[in-house]
Design a protein around this ligand. Structure first.
Ligand SMILES: [Mg+2]
Length: 378
């Protein structure tokens, strides 16, 4: 039987809507969901954020929470099956009484309740097996939104330049040389230069935001219970830190898939001729989740166009990992590099070859995932 830790806000009920409403009423500020990545919300002063969060955790507000559809039923099933439930919420200790009353009101069974700003320590003490929490996914998705925004800002700048017949002849866009080239552009009409500057500023803002989120993820993932899994996945070629984080955030514990084929099916990476009659565990992860993970694999698959080798930075990373993980990663690299080459040589379309590689990457990640355990098991 598992020891399950369960987050409340945004996990059991739609908390962000409430916080957003309070912020709007008090300060007239919109608070997009993407801001949740960092409690240093930029649109408000720190004190204002604290006030709003506290108000969101007033007795009345706590008691008014409406659980997500099926949330209570799901936890009841877990409890009935003998799992041990630890409810943990990032809120003041003084809110515990109201929180307990709310849990009774909605009829959620639990064995232990903890309200504090340090969930992780308590989970470690309790030897929790699983933490059900919205936050890593939130961070990963906020970063994805920032990535999209950067892409849009860049496209707008590109098409402005194109409209004015300015075509960059250099090799890669957004390189230093490309940026220097943009900064030297002259326009007859001064207004055009102002517009260009605005587009450039928008690109820069988007880039800063994306970098900030990327740094935040790199920083927080270290304290994450899934940190050893994130580390191990990166042993595989084509899996960057961000890719590993996205994969873990979207897939959760990979050991819930009995075999690689189940995982491939879940990711939508099973060839159509063999996908009939396949039983797939859905495990409560959304369709959007698995398409994100799939996209990550497909992006990473491009790394196998080049011959097998271990780069210096990868080598350093590999050193701390279990031998079995390193062996799987190396076997994967040898196989996938030659597989890609053979497919291209036999006339297969690049996109087909890449999808085939992505599918096999999933299998190797599955194998790696069997070898490592989340931190609290250590
Ligand atoms: Mg939460």
């Amino acid at each position: 039987m598992a020891r399950i830790a369960l987050d409340i806000d945004s996990t059991l009920h739609p908390y962000w809507d409430l916080l957003q409403r309070i912020v709007l009423e008090r300060y007239g500020v919109e608070l997009p969901y993407e801001e949740q990545y960092e409690w240093g919300i930029s649109a408000l002063e720190r004190d204002a954020v604290i006030h709003c969060v506290e108000e969101s955790h007033s007795d009345d507000n706590i008691l008014a929470g409406v659980p997500y559809e099926n949330a209570v039923e799901t936890v009841r099933d877990w409890h009935a099956a003998g799992h041990w439930i630890h409810v943990t919420s990032h809120r003041r200790a003084q809110t515990a009484a109201a929180t307990a009353r709310w849990l009774d009101r909605i009829g959620l069974p639990y064995d232990d309740l903890h309200c504090s700003f340090d969930k992780v320590t308590r989970c470690t003490e309790l030897e929790i097996d699983v933490l059900v929490d919205d936050s890593p996914v939130n961070i990963v998705r906020a970063r994805e939104a920032a990535q999209e925004a950067q892409k849009r800002a860049r496209q707008q700048l590109q098409s402005f330049l194109l409209r004015h017949g300015r075509v960059y002849s250099g090799r890669s866009s957004w390189s230093l040389a490309h940026r220097r080239w943009i900064s030297t552009l002259k326009f007859e009409h001064p207004a055009h230069l102002i517009v260009l500057q605005e587009y450039c500023q928008a690109v820069e803002d988007a880039e800063v935001r994306l970098r900030r989120l990327t740094d935040l993820i790199a920083e927080t993932v270290r304290s994450w219970t899934m940190a050893p899994v994130v580390e191990a996945y990166q042993a595989l070629r084509g899996v960057s830190l961000m890719a590993a984080v996205v994969f873990v955030a979207e897939i959760g514990d990979i050991r819930r898939f009995e075999n690689p084929r189940q995982l491939m099916a879940f990711l939508g990476l099973v060839p159509s001729e063999s996908s009939t009659g396949e039983h797939v565990k859905r495990g409560g992860i959304t369709k959007a989740g698995n398409s994100r993970a799939r996209r990550m694999l497909v992006e990473g698959a491009w790394a196998y166009r080049f011959p097998a080798r271990v780069s210096r930075s990868k080598q350093a990373q590999l050193e701390g990992l279990p031998r079995t993980v390193r062996e799987i990663a190396w076997k994967g690299q040898l196989r996938l590099c030659s597989r890609y080459r053979n497919m291209i040589l036999s006339g297969k379309h690049k996109a087909i070859a890449i999808t085939a590689i992505a599918r096999e990457m999933a299998a190797f990640l599955w194998a790696i995932g069997q070898e490592v355990q989340p931190a609290h098991h250590a």
